[in-house]
Design a protein around this ligand. Sequence first.
Ligand code: MGP
Length: 204
Amino acid sequence: MASEATVEASGATVSAEVAETTAVAKQPHLLERKWTFWFDNELKPKQGAAWGSTLRNVYTFNTVEEFWCLYDQIFRPSKFPPSADFHLFKAGIEPKWEDPECANGGKWSVTSNRKATLDTMWLETLMALIGEQFDEADEMCGVVASVRPKQDKLALWTKTASNEAAQMSIGRKWKEIIDVTDKIIYSFHDDSRRDRSAKSRYNV
Ligand code: MGP
């Protein structure tokens, strides 16, 4: 009788442990910080409209589960017509030169001639950002995927353009992440603001 009671008791312990493990497994996996997806489907603003008037803040999230749900349902660039821009930025930062976190920043850019390549590079970059894979975490602002008729583009926005050492380190790391061996270029937002065809400042 005593041994049956012990078995029963240990059975109860085991099922309590299983329930606890299941509950933990069901808990969403929190990210280090919040991120926001943005979307713009106008290549050029309508006449008289300011740049950015069609840019939309779509969803802010902070769990791995929300990320995958959003990515699967909506944020696959190749599904969209060749005039769409997709953005993933730290929550609180707008994907604009005018945002205080971006104002003194710049971007690393890479182009792609194949839709499949854009999707892969975009996803790898998203995972690297939300997974905090860049050592210079404070420098990261976000990433923009531009679906275009001839050549798609991906741009990684960072905060302090003048910090060459940080930007070079980020550029090298990004090339590894997106598996690119050709040179990539870094331009300052300040230069782009003044002259659309301004030269890039760094390359790696
Ligand atoms: P772009 O999209 O950075 O250049 O800016 P790109 O990739 O050469 O052009 P695209 O046509 O393939 O998209 C294009 C133009 O949009 C700039 O010259 C600006 O007039 C305007 N623009 C772009 N951005 C990112 C901003 C911004 O953040 N703020 C403002 N005010 N204008 C912008």
